[in-house]
Design a binder for this molecule. Structure first.
Ligand SMILES: C[S@@+](CC[C@H](N)C(=O)[O-])C[C@H]1O[C@@H](n2cnc3c(N)ncnc32)[C@H](O)[C@@H]1O
Length: 220
């Protein structure tokens, strides 16, 4: 995954563009806006528990992890994030999220810490948020840990069809606790059908600006 360039999305925040795949990391209609709508509002805020185990597919820029840390509302979160292709430090340094989110000095330190910590074990970012970044291909990832919430933020099915299969969703289902929730920006018919086939209750929801729909799926 090389040849990365920066793009400004419609809310002013950066996303990254991969020329080889002709794919961006976020919605061109607004990266921060999309992350808040799909993962924070429909995911984190929806799961009404004081302690949450969150699994993210695709750490990327760390935007979802950071927004989670900023929106805890008294929750405490253990956050595991899988990433097959970690971004280089010089890319992270140029992202405009620090300015766009108007971070103060201590928040900037937290954002930087998310990126600087060791990979492969839980590291405390704050007393209410710890992060375990795992460098792994999702296809090979299995865990006995149970998660309450999954942020499914892989590249889209057009470029990575192997990430949106029944087999992958079976694994996601197995890793979720009872009443666990998976949220994704994707609302493709075949993806919703695959989720249903493995046992999820699928709820289409209005998408972020510029996208008609997103998906929330629940393990009953
Ligand atoms: C749509 S981007 C989202 C990134 C991130 N959530 C963010 O807000 O920046 C998808 C991410 O999944 C990662 N990825 C791609 N293939 C993967 C795989 N097979 N296993 C794990 N991560 C993968 C990419 O490198 C990229 O960081």
């Amino acid at each position: 995954m090389d040849k990365i360039s920066f793009k400004i999305t419609e809310d002013g925040s950066h996303t990254l563009y991969l020329e080889d795949l002709d794919e961006t990391y976020h919605s061109k209609h607004g990266a921060i806006q999309e992350a808040i709508h799909v993962f924070i509002a429909a995911g984190l805020n929806y799961v009404d528990q004081p302690k949450l185990n969150v699994l993210e597919i695709g750490f990327g820029t760390g935007l979802n992890a950071f927004l989670t840390l900023q929106n805890l509302n008294n929750k405490s979160v253990q956050y595991t994030s899988l990433e097959a292709y970690p971004l280089k430090e010089n890319i992270i340094d140029q992202l405009n999220y620090r300015e766009e989110l108007k971070l103060d000095d201590s928040e900037v330190q937290q954002f930087d810490k998310l990126h600087q910590i060791e990979w492969g074990s839980y590291q405390e970012i704050t007393s209410k948020f710890s992060l375990n970044k795992i460098q792994v291909d999702l296809i090979n990832y299995k865990s006995k840990e149970k998660f309450d919430l999954i942020y499914f933020d892989a590249f889209g099915p057009r470029v990575q069809p192997e990430m949106w299969t029944k087999d992958i969703f079976e694994n996601m289902y197995a890793m979720l606790a009872k009443n666990g929730v998976l949220v994704t920006y994707c609302a493709k018919g075949s993806v919703k059908r695959a989720l249903k086939e493995v046992g999820f209750e699928v709820e289409p929801l209005p998408g972020p600006p510029g996208k008609r729909e997103m998906t929330r799926a629940k393990k009953l």
